[in-house]
Design a binder for this molecule. Structure first.
Ligand code: ADP
Length: 719
């Protein structure tokens, strides 16, 4: 009976072996093949009959023989890959106990197809010139291609197996929003220093299969050094050309202005008319160059935005004012509709002004038949929204989408006639987006357009640093003008000497240094490009030498380097071509403030600040104006005032807090403070007020208040 059972089992096993697609071989303890199925025989190209009873070595596959030895020796299954006739097999040799001795079962599977697919995908990943890193769902690196190894300067062996985040591999902090699994794709531009300095675009994308199962992530690293360098070269080219154009234009514009102002003697009507045309066109050229420079700054990321709280109503009024003359000429007007009590927005006042002027100028330009122009400002959620509408030619829907791209102009006889660069709106969009807002247009062809933009509200972290303004009255004293262009130096000198200043000119850094030491000018104007960039060194040296450190330096420059100028110690910064009025007011207030006592006026009511500033300046004081406590603290940090006029109730940081902070700091504790308040005193904090020198109730008489300031100042001088 047991024999019959054995036989039956043997048949079962044979049937099993015959029925499977896997190769199977049963090996006896003496290494002879006991059974081999058809797939196995085919794989090793032997006949089953020729093989059974022979040693396993008859398969002529040394790795298999070795695996069998290992399995017998260690009595554990051994897995090995082998290749026969270009096909790939995986063999598993599993030992089993056969009576007292050990036999083995060999199973062989043909992986050729799967491996071919895998090889192909790996070959593709290996051959691409983009670097590729693959992570499994547990953030473990499973694959790194040679391009990635090369770019990172790290061997595959130092990367595969690491549990990490792509940004960490680049030495950066992870995305604050979360992992790729949480956030979806992430992109950054990364500068690699080692082994070679490169700029790369790094994309990290989640890998999700068709059943939405997350399989990990893939990081693609693309070398964009050449593109970025080309872009930078283009930007540098534009910027150099524009600068080269600006220097002669500064002279052209300046001298025409002088002639038109009658500074070169009387001119007749025709001369006046012709020169006006020259002036108009040189202004257009300046605008164009400014636009090109703006674009190149924006594209190269060199634009510097001074974000501070801004009163949008004030900006709108300022912008509308610049069009007053043009509007009056055509008997047109702009209707303002600005909500009361709009909160302060956050923005760069000059740049927001630039956007407003651009939108308003377009509204005028593109409504040649007249019609109403309106400026509307309101609060929308946490944004200030400004809309400029006209009843002009309007814009077709298909053009609207492309309007904010560079150089785009709607093609029509009118736009051709009006002329323009098509750069304005693209600059506006970039500026507003950099400030955290948005721009847009609503329009219908033939019935007018509304261009709008939004700005975020000012938060506590935006602090305006109030400027120092000198007293009213006649300026005078010696000014050193440093500029390597003789024409420009002469122009500035003409402006200044007509205003009563004595001017000394220096055309290079050495000369400038000598004059600064010897002649002790009150103010210096410096073109930082003097002597091919020696200007910044000169500025630093002037600020480092005790003999010249206190002389205020106004940087005049054709390049946008306000940040650098301020870091080097410049007191103020003006861009070329020089705006005569601005230059004069900067110089006047600097000269005026030099010997005058400085008073800081702090009140959130702009009218009160203006009134007090004017009264103080008339009496010969230099004034700084702050509209809340934080601005006051920022002002004091920059210039120590001789007295402070302080309102108690203010937004952001109130008068009590300012007073307390001042008295707690030994550097500011002795500055006399005059409190002005219309409100009831906060009894709980009344003790703080004892720190003030004087308390004045509102309403007050400005002149009277100034006498209070004078008395506290003389008291503090005596003590
Ligand atoms: P420019 O005015 O110098 O051409 P902009 O970038 O300011 O450049 O404007 C781009 C184009 O958008 C203009 O050429 C004009 O076709 C269109 N556009 C701008 N503002 C208006 C408007 N208020 N009404 C109609 N079309 C406008």
């Amino acid at each position: 009976m047991p024999e019959r059972d054995d036989r039956r089992q043997f048949h079962h096993v044979r049937a099993l072996m015959a029925g499977t697609r896997e190769g199977m071989i049963a090996v006896a303890p003496d290494r002879t093949v006991r059974m081999i199925n058809e797939p196995a025989a085919a794989m090793f190209e032997v006949t089953r009959n020729g093989c059974v009873g022979s040693s396993l070595d008859c398969l002529a596959t040394p790795q298999l023989s070795a695996a069998l030895d290992a399995a017998f020796a260690d009595r554990v299954p051994v897995v090995m890959d082998c290749e026969r006739n270009g096909r790939d097999y995986t063999c598993t040799v599993t030992p089993y106990e056969d009576g007292k001795a050990w036999g083995a079962i060999v199973t062989i599977s043909d992986n050729s197809e799967i491996l071919a697919v895998r090889r192909r995908s790996e070959a593709i990943l290996t051959s691409t010139s983009d670097g590729i890193i693959i992570f499994d769902p547990n953030d473990r690196i499973t694959f790194v291609n040679p391009a990635a190894e090369r770019m990172l300067g790290r061997g595959i062996e130092t990367l595969v197996g690491l549990v990490t985040d792509t940004w960490e591999v680049f030495g950066l902090s992870p995305d604050p929003e979360g992992t790729v699994r949480e956030t979806g794709s992430q992109v950054r531009e990364v500068r690699i220093q080692e082994p070679e300095s490169r700029i790369v675009d790094v994309h990290v994308d989640p890998i999700v299969d068709d059943r939405q199962v997350y399989l990990g992530s893939v990081t693609t690293i693309r070398d964009v050094t050449v593109e970025r360098e080309a872009m930078q070269m283009k930007n540098e080219f534009v910027s150099t050309v524009s600068h080269e154009l600006r220097t002669p234009l500064t002279s052209i514009k300046g001298y025409i202005d002088l002639i038109l102002d009658g500074e070169a003697g009387e001119i007749n009507e025709i001369q006046q008319e012709f020169l006006s045309i020259v002036k108009e066109n040189s202004d257009r050229l300046v605008d164009l160059i400014n636009d090109m420079l703006d674009i190149s700054r924006i594209e190269s990321g060199r634009i510097v935005l001074k974000v501070q709280p801004l009163d949008i109503a004030e900006r709108i009024a300022g912008a509308v004012n610049t069009f007053r003359a043009v509007l009056d000429q055509h008997g047109r007007d702009i209707k303002l509709d600005v909500s009361d009590n709009l909160p302060l927005a956050a923005g760069d006042p000059d740049r927001v002004g630039q956007v407003l002027i651009n939108f308003i100028s377009n509204a005028i330009k593109y409504s040649p038949e007249g019609g109403d122009i309106g400026v509307h400002a309101s609060l929308e959620g946490k944004l200030v929204r400004v809309a400029i509408s006209d009843e002009g030619i309007g814009i077709a829907a298909e053009d609207q989408a492309r309007l904010f791209t560079k150089f785009y102009r709607v093609d029509s006889s009118l736009t051709r006639e009006i002329g323009g660069t098509g750069l304005g709106l693209s600059i506006c969009k970039s500026i507003i987006e950099l400030l955290g807002g948005q721009v847009g247009v609503e329009s219908e062809e033939g019935s007018g357009s509304t261009f709008w933009f939004t700005l975020p509200l000012a938060s506590e972290k935006h602090v305006r640093t109030p400027a120092l303004e000198g007293p009213l009255g006649s300026p005078g004293g010696r000014i050193l003008v440093i500029d390597d262009s003789e024409d420009v130096a002469n122009l500035i000198a003409t402006y200044l000497s007509r205003r009563g200043y004595e001017v000394v000119k220096a055309f290079n850094a050495d000369e400038a240094w000598e004059y600064a030491i010897e002649l002790e000018p009150r103010v210096i104007t410096l073109d930082v490009m003097v002597g091919e960039g020696a200007g910044f060194n000169l500025l630093r040296n002037l600020k480092a030498d005790p003999r010249t450190a206190d002389i205020p330096v106004v940087v005049l420059s054709i390049i946008c380097d306000q940040g650098r100028s301020e870091r080097c110690g410049a007191t103020d910064y003006l861009e070329k071509p020089i705006d005569k009025k601005r230059l004069m007011s900067v110089i006047d207030s600097l000269v005026g403030s030099l010997d005058s006592p400085v008073v800081l006026v702090t009140d959130d009511d702009k009218n009160i600040v203006d009134l007090l500033s004017r009264t103080l300046k008339k009496r010969g004081y230099a004034v700084m104006a702050a509209y809340d406590g934080r601005e006051a603290m920022a002002a004091i940090e920059r210039t120590r005032p001789d007295a402070i006029l302080l309102d108690l109730r203010m937004p952001v940081m109130d008068g009590y807090d300012v007073l307390e902070a001042l008295k707690a700091d030994p550097k500011t504790a002795d500055i006399p403070v005059v409190i002005m308040s219309a409100y009831q005193i906060d009894q709980e904090r009344a003790n703080i007020l004892s720190l003030a020198s004087q308390l004045v109730g509102k309403p007050f008489d400005a002149e009277e208040l100034v006498t209070h300031v004078e008395s506290v100042m003389s008291e503090s001088e005596q003590s």
